[in-house]
Write a protein that binds this ligand. Structure first.
Ligand code: NDP
Length: 241
């Protein structure tokens, strides 16, 4: 049986690119989406063409009970995962005085509580597998250096780095590595409304990144070659920080 990796938020954007890249690397894939089942089905079709097995789980990562039930059932049926890429996330940008309670709660719930809701149910089965494993968490340049208009998002993404660093210590002896990837400005639906010219001034490489460039870093961290890399944050940001 081939090793399986769950990629949350893989119906589109960076998560889709990661799922396809990991399938090309030889892993079976568990796709995940909140609403876009049709989009996830199309990604699944591409993965099947690569000769890998794939299935789709749908749940809102903010719904703890639904996430737990869905993941526990999937693991009971198909066995523990080799790895999890915790990628689902949202932005809701506003200058801090204008930030609404809903925008604060929504971004923290999806980004930070979503990590807990997904990683908690998969960790014990991963440990009980008694084999090497991988957890990769999608942070952001905003979590490393903060970003104007993103107090909520920067807090969620910085919180994830703390969680990664602590969990990596707990799982290190079990040969399960835990790392974060912190992308800069990547071309996806999430960034299509951004003031591009202003943003480019902050990027030494003077261009945005692609989802495939982020997927390449995740692919390496999930590979067997990355077995001695844990508790790290890998930035993929064209030199922003
Ligand atoms: P997209 O908006 O393109 O895709 C987001 C994905 O997350 C979708 O698959 C979406 O599912 C899923 N998702 C969002 N909220 C939930 C939820 N509550 N429950 C379940 N799934 C959810 O984003 P990107 O691909 O750009 O971003 C992916 C990750 O990378 C995010 O964590 C983001 O913060 C991070 N990132 C992105 C950067 C960028 O420049 N694009 C830069 C730095 C970090 P559905 O389609 O079903 O809604």
């Amino acid at each position: 049986m081939r090793d399986t990796i769950l990629v949350t938020g893989s119906s589109r954007g960076i998560g889709r690119a990661i799922a396809l890249r990991l399938a090309k690397d030889g892993f079976d894939i568990v796709l995940h989406c909140r609403q876009q089942k049709d989009a996830a089905e199309r990604v699944a079709e591409d993965i099947r063409h690569l000769g890998r097995e794939v299935r789709i789980l749908c749940f809102d990562v903010t719904d703890r009970e639904h996430a737990r039930q869905t993941l526990e059932t999937d693991i009971e049926t198909h066995g523990a995962y080799y790895g999890v890429v915790c990628n689902a996330g949202i932005t809701a940008d506003a200058a801090f005085p204008a930030l609404s309670d809903a925008d604060w709660d929504g971004v923290i719930d999806t980004g930070l509580n979503g990590f807990y809701n997904v990683i908690k149910p998969v960790t014990m089965p991963l440990v009980r597998r008694r084999k090497p494993g991988r957890i990769v968490v999608m942070s952001s340049v905003s979590g490393l250096m903060g970003n104007r208009g993103q107090v909520n998002y920067s807090a969620a993404k910085a919180g994830l780095i703390g969680a990664v660093k602590a969990l990596a210590i707990e799982l290190a002896k079990r040969r399960i590595t835990v790392n974060a990837v912190a992308p800069g400005l990547i071309d996806t639906d999430m960034t299509e409304d951004l003031a591009r010219d202003e943003a480019l001034k902050m990027i030494p490489m003077q261009r945005t990144g692609t989802a495939d460039e982020v997927a390449a870093a995740v692919s390496f961290l999930c590979s067997h070659e990355a077995s001695y890399i844990t508790r790290q944050v890998i930035a993929v940001n064209g030199g922003m920080c």
